[in-house]
Design a protein around this ligand. Structure first.
Ligand code: ATR
Length: 276
């Protein structure tokens, strides 16, 4: 049976084994998929050990995505631009790196019939999560992408790096009165119970809001978006399952169905919360 795993620190919270085992069942692919805790400084050693024992591929999560990139003999363009790798394939002695996070977001938006092409997009945040979604969003030909961040210089840096005339940057405060078709929260603010301080004017009755963070409850950003009249809100669980489906496709050549697996993961999160 071909072996896969996800590396992280911490890792016990990872839903990837659950998701990939469901994909494997649904597509009749005989694989095993485990989660592996890796000590800081032990990443390269751990990966090489897995390869020596016949491992076929791995997902990589915080804090090893940059280290994973450095290990690769070959990188996809989207991994290079994201500056991070979340999917490793081990083929004929080569380590091949890809990044499916951004395409996972786009797939989740499209699955939910959220228009991207010709849309006016506000991207909140300029860290790793934001950087990883810019290329896949640009590929959908939006009208514009405005990157707003607490540290404005980081938003500016992304505009310089991606060098596309539909990209612009600003601070949260200088967004002014304009509204957007789609607002994507790529900050980690929801994790600490806060929201980026943007004007509620950013939301019109047609605005769709997406938070890359997810949880059993609606995130603080999505609560705020609903209170301020957003047309629809989505959390990042769909992105998580969709990026996993893209990794599975890279490894197995089969694209699993996402909708039922997403419902099962959602149910398992609610079950855990009601158990505690
Ligand atoms: P990730 O890989 O999750 O993107 P990161 O690279 O550390 O993590 O980036 C975190 C992002 O969330 C950054 O854009 C950060 O803003 P700064 O660049 O100014 O640090 C943003 N962020 C984190 N906490 C925030 C908060 N409470 N309010 C607004 N933005 C926040």
């Amino acid at each position: 049976m071909d072996q896969y795993c996800v590396y992280g620190n911490p890792i016990e919270q990872s839903r990837s084994p659950f998701i990939h085992q469901m994909f494997a069942q649904d597509t009749d692919q005989p694989i095993s998929y485990t989660r592996e805790y890796v000590e800081l400084g032990e990443f390269a050693k751990t990966v090489n050990h897995f390869i020596a024992n016949g491992g076929k591929g791995a997902n990589v999560t915080v804090p090893f995505k940059e280290e994973a990139m450095a290990l690769c003999h070959q990188l996809s363009n989207r991994a290079k631009l994201a500056g991070a790798v979340n999917t490793l394939s081990f083929i004929d002695g080569q380590i091949i790196g890809d990044n499916t996070d951004g395409i996972g977001l786009v797939a989740d938006l499209l699955r939910n019939n959220v228009p991207i092409s010709d849309s006016k997009i506000l991207l909140l945040g300029a860290g790793g999560a934001a950087k990883g979604v810019i290329l896949p969003l640009l590929e959908q030909a939006p009208d514009s992408i405005t990157i707003a961040n607490r540290t404005v210089s980081k938003a500016k840096q992304l505009c310089v790096q991606f060098n596309n005339n539909i990209l612009s940057y600003c601070s949260f405060e200088s967004l002014g009165e304009q509204s957007f078709d789609l607002i994507i929260n790529a900050t980690s603010a929801s994790l600490s119970g806060s929201i980026p301080p943007i004007s509620a004017k950013a939301i019109s009755k047609d605005t769709i809001c997406y938070d890359m963070v997810y949880g059993a409850e609606l995130t603080p950003f999505l609560c705020w978006a609903k209170q301020n009249g957003a047309k629809q809100v989505f959390d990042g669980l769909g992105m998580l399952v969709a990026q996993a489906a893209e990794s599975f496709f890279i490894w197995r050549g089969v694209k699993p169905e996402v909708t039922e697996v997403l419902a099962a993961v959602r149910a398992s999160i609610h079950l855990e919360v009601s158990d505690t």
